[in-house]
Design a binder for this molecule. Structure first.
Ligand SMILES: *Cc1c(COP(=O)(O)O)cnc(C)c1O
Length: 383
């Protein structure tokens, strides 16, 4: 089998699209003006930021002044949570399968006297709306539930969940970092009050994210200083990254349909071929409400880390349970929450497909996984 480099970890990060880099270049070179400066060179940068904001707002159906740039998706998640807590009660509702940017922020708040309810999910990874309704209390300040999960790709019924929170006058935030660019995201239709995004998951640069804050929603400032981001998040703007984010959003909007079809076709092909090639394999989560590019599979008789390293040797980049769990062996909280037994969690690989993945890539990965899992099974004392 001829060695090939295959990147199949688009949920961890995506490569920059060429058009995105081209759009950024002038702002890394000659257009270095500070957007707050009032001479031409500054105004040029300010104008460019404005256009980026508009491009992102078009992708999510918001107004452009409802977009606030942050340093990352993680910062947007932090801001949404801390910002919503200004004296509004001591209780927050979330799900058990959130990203660490949400879960670790909330566990910090628990040490500061806040009370957090972690909603269970079913074997597909879905929150039960009845559970949410029951969890909301008089002192609930915020509900935060992600739109699409980064490990198993589950897409939550956000619109329905928002309605339940709003019936009780509670703010709703959703982490849509994985959803953006991969499924339609319309903040008005969903009804969310706040939503988090990150550029490097949609073929944009790293280190730039955004928080959508619905007009009229008052949340606390996150960084104090200058007047950037409508005075709510200070710091001279990362202009090249913002331009890149805007370009990536524009491209995502233009190619969403084709992108979804491309990912779905290849993901389903990968799932079918793997199922046929590796007898002892099990797909985690549901194939219905799932991100088009996501496949999460457990292999009996093989450790995820061993599979990952052997695939890496063959030129393939994938993830175990989650990127954040890849350097230790704590079982994934997401797979635990959907009821995957611990022994099986240790043998889990996440494959995530994106716009540069080809059918030849999938064929190569299937062959490699077949070979690697066969080898590991032969060595396994469990078989
Ligand atoms: C990647 C990711 C984040 C974090 O975004 P960064 O920009 O890397 O900080 C948050 N939530 C989800 C669901 C993610 O996949």
């Amino acid at each position: 089998m001829e060695k090939r480099n295959v990147y199949m970890d688009y949920s961890a990060t995506t490569p920059l699209k060429g058009e995105v880099l081209d759009a950024m270049m002038p702002y890394l070179k000659e257009n270095y003006g500070n957007p707050s400066s009032i001479y031409s060179k500054g105004i040029e940068s300010k104008e460019a930021i404005k256009q980026s904001r508009t491009k992102i707002s078009r992708l999510i159906g918001s107004k452009s002044d409802e977009i606030y740039f942050t340093s990352s998706g993680s910062e947007a998640d932090n801001w949404a949570i801390f910002g919503a807590l200004k004296g509004n009660g001591k209780h927050i509702v979330t799900s058990k399968i959130e990203h660490p940017a949400i879960l670790n922020t909330l566990s910090y708040l628990e040490t500061k006297g806040y009370d957090v309810t972690y909603l269970d999910v079913n074997e597909s990874g879905l929150v039960n709306p009845d559970d949410l309704e029951k969890a909301i209390r008089d002192d609930t300040a915020l509900v935060t539930i992600m739109m699409a999960n980064n490990e198993i790709g589950t897409i939550q019924p956000i619109q329905k969940l928002v309605k339940l929170a709003h019936d009780k006058n509670v703010l709703f935030h959703s982490d849509a970092v994985q959803a953006l660019g991969n499924i339609p995201v319309d903040v008005n239709k969903l009804g969310v009050d706040m939503m988090s995004f990150s550029a490097h998951k949609i073929y944009g640069p790293k280190g730039i994210g955004a928080l959508y804050i619905k007009e009229g929603i008052e949340i606390e400032n996150f960084v104090y200083g200058g007047g950037q981001e409508n005075g709510k998040r200070a710091g001279t703007e990362n202009v090249p990254a913002i331009i890149g984010f805007g370009k990536a959003a524009e491209l995502a909007m233009n190619c969403l349909k084709e992108h979804v079809c491309h990912c779905l076709d290849l993901r389903n092909y990968l799932a079918d071929e793997l199922y046929a090639a590796v007898f002892d394999s099990h797909v985690n989560g549901t194939m219905l409400d799932r991100l088009p590019g996501n496949l999460n599979v457990s292999f009996d008789y093989a450790e995820g880390e061993a599979i990952l390293l052997m695939l890496d040797y063959m030129g393939i980049s994938v993830s175990t349970g989650s990127a954040c769990g890849s350097s230790d062996s704590v079982p994934s909280h997401v797979l635990t929450a959907i009821g995957v037994p611990e022994s099986r969690i240790h043998g889990t690989i996440r494959f995530s497909i994106g716009c540069f993945t080809t059918k030849d890539d999938v064929d190569y990965v299937v062959k490699a996984v077949k070979e690697v899992t066969k080898k590991l099974k032969e060595l396994s004392p469990l078989k």
